[in-house]
Each structure stands twice: as C-alpha cells, then as structure tokens.
Ligand binder design. Structure first.
Ligand SMILES: CCCCCCCCCCC/C=C/C(=O)SCCNC(=O)CCNC(=O)[C@H](O)C(C)(C)COP(=O)(O)OP(=O)(O)OC[C@H]1O[C@@H](n2cnc3c(N)ncnc32)[C@H](O)[C@@H]1OP(=O)(O)O
Length: 282
C-alpha cells in the first residue's frame, strides 16, 4: 500500500532536493542557503487527502524534522488549490478499515505539523477548505494568494469538526469569530481572511508566498532555537495533551458519524454537487 521512500540527494551546491517518496504525492526541497525545507503536495487535481497522501505528508514532515532543517514551508503543486481537504470519496460508502486509517493518519499529520518544534509556514497558493485549512492553521504563519477561499466548512457536509481540529483555528481567531465561522461553514475570501487575522499576508504568486514564508522563518535567525522551540511547544502543549487523551475516542466518533445514513446521504449529495459544478463548467 505504501512503498518505502526513495531519497535522492542532489548536489549540495544550489538548492538541495530530495524527492520524498516513491509515489511522489509530496516532494521536499531543502534550500541549501537558508536550510528551509519546502514540502509540496502533489496529488492532482486538488490534493484531496486520501490515505496515501496523508501517509506521504506525515513521512515528509518526519523526514524534514530528522534532517534538522531550519524551517518548514508547506505548499501545493496544484495551480488553483492548496488542498481541498479530506478526499470525500474516502468517506462515501467507505471501506471501514480504510476509513479508520484515513482518520488516524489525518490525526497523525496534524499532530506532526502542529507539534513540530521548528518554525512552520503555509504558502497557500489556492483554495484551502476543511483539511486544507487544518494544515494551514497548524502552521505558525500563513501567506495566501488573492481570490481564494479558506475555512472549516464541515457542517455543510453534516459533520462536526472535533476540538483538536479546531484548535489551530482557535489559536488564530477570536473565539466568537471562530464559533460563527464554524457554525456557518464560512469560507473566508483571501481579503476577509487577512482582515480577520486568519492569514498573515497576501502574495501575488506562489513564488512570492514562499518567499514571504521564508522571510518569516528568517526572523528567527537570531533567536536561540531551543528557547524558541520550547516556547512554541509550551503554547501548544495543552491542545496536544487533550488530543492524545481523546484521539482513540475521536476515531470511533468519526467512524460512527460518517456511517450514519443521513451523513452518507449528505456526503453523496455533496459529491453530486461537485460533479454538477464540473458539468456546468463544460
Ligand atoms: C465531536 C464529534 C467528532 C466527530 C468526528 C467527525 C469529524 C469529521 C470532520 C472532518 C474534517 C475534515 C473534513 C474534510 O476535509 S471534508 C472535505 C471538505 N472539502 C470540501 O468541501 C472541498 C470541496 N471542493 C471544492 O470546494 C472545490 O473543488 C475546490 C474549491 C477545492 C476547487 O474548485 P475547482 O473549481 O478548482 O475544482 P472542482 O470543484 O472542479 O474540482 C476538481 C475535481 O476535484 C474533485 N474534488 C474536489 N474536492 C474534492 C474532495 N474534497 N474530495 C474528493 N474530490 C474532490 C471534484 O469533484 C472534481 O472532480 P472531477 O474532475 O472528477 O469532477
């Protein structure tokens, strides 16, 4: 199911690149000058988080952590979408074992990204609903391109985002704004996201977004890295502790919720809506 990773190191002059995985659902490139690693999600068309993509993201994060990079930037190879969230096909008429694995791996990815000690930033080069927003809000800094949307729209699908999934969102937004956004399934435009503080900057292109993320990470160059890391983790420890306490029950909650007939009906209708949208475009 998940093949062992092939790591190929290219010369240490100029940017160093290692292709993360044999399946190439993510790539990792480390800039030799800055020591910053860029993790790019490459599952066309929309980086739908299926089991394989989630496993790949997790492995890439661990690889970056073990390589002691100076920072991590997450972005997407898709021109219009950062990440469309969970692959809805994984939740529709699901294989139970796979569904369990998908949710467990989403938890693992969040935990790895939210809890990593090095500086992190998201270059959000396209739409970032649901699981896409989860990745972005697990990072410390967000730069987004214009005319896109970001937010947690789970209620639209009849599902409820659990506490750990909302914690990154709550780190950034005032509770009142977060509550309203979640209950309304609000997807913020780039401008609204900046205004509310959900993102930190706007960039005109993916390249500029990556540069701005690198500049943010660069601001820590004169800060003691151990003190920085411990301070970050101190801020995040309570959310992580709560998550670990509840993670097994959370998997059971997810399975029972997704398997409910009315939720299956809702997910089916949502998928139909996405297909109709495509038909209308043609
Ligand atoms: C306390 C209780 C605890 C209970 C526990 C339960 C908790 C559950 C919480 C679940 C948390 C996470 C949930 C999710 O992530 S659900 C996924 C939500 N994602 C979305 O709603 C996004 C849907 N997609 C879009 O809005 C658009 O596609 C998008 C804006 C991303 C891009 O638009 P664009 O116009 O560029 O592209 P298309 O819409 O034409 O899409 C292209 C093709 O991609 C398919 N697609 C899109 N999104 C998904 C997806 N998420 N999964 C699978 N497939 C997707 C789309 O159908 C098109 O396919 P075709 O080309 O084949 O038609």
């Amino acid at each position: 199911m998940f093949s062992p990773r092939v790591v190929s190191l290219v010369p240490r002059t100029g940017p160093r690149r290692f292709m993360s995985t044999a399946s190439k659902l993510t790539t990792v490139e480390v800039n030799d000058k800055t020591g910053i690693a860029t993790l790019t999600m490459c599952r066309p068309p929309v980086n739908g988080q299926n089991l394989e993509l989630l496993l790949d993201i997790k492995s890439s994060i661990k690889e970056i952590e073990n390589d002691s990079s100076r920072g991590l930037i997450i972005t997407s190879a898709s021109p219009k979408v950062f990440c469309a969230g969970l692959d809805i096909l994984e939740m529709h008429k699901p294989d139970q074992q796979r569904l369990r694995a998908v949710w467990t791996e989403l938890q693992n990815v969040w935990c790895a990204l939210y809890g990593i000690s090095m500086p992190t930033a998201a270059a959000i080069n396209g739409h970032a609903p649901a699981g896409g927003c989860l990745l972005a809000t697990a990072c410390e800094y967000r730069v987004m391109v214009p005319d896109c949307r970001i937010g947690l729209n789970e209620t639209q699908l009849g599902i409820i985002a659990p506490k750990w999934l909302v914690s990154g969102f709550l780190n950034i937004l005032p509770k009142r704004v977060a509550e309203r956004a979640l209950t309304q399934s609000r997807l913020f435009t780039t401008d609204e996201a900046l205004q509310e503080g959900l993102i930190d900057e706007i960039a005109n292109s993916k390249e500029e977004a990556v540069e701005k993320c690198a500049a943010f990470i660069g601001t820590f160059s004169k800060v003691n890295p151990v003190a920085r890391a411990l301070t970050k983790l101190q801020f995040r420890a309570e959310n992580l502790r709560q998550f670990h306490k509840e993670r097994e029950q959370d998997v059971e909650n997810f399975l029972s919720l997704v398997n409910r007939p009315e939720v299956q009906k809702g997910i089916g209708a949502y998928l139909e809506g996405l297909k109709k949208k495509k038909a209308n475009k043609q």
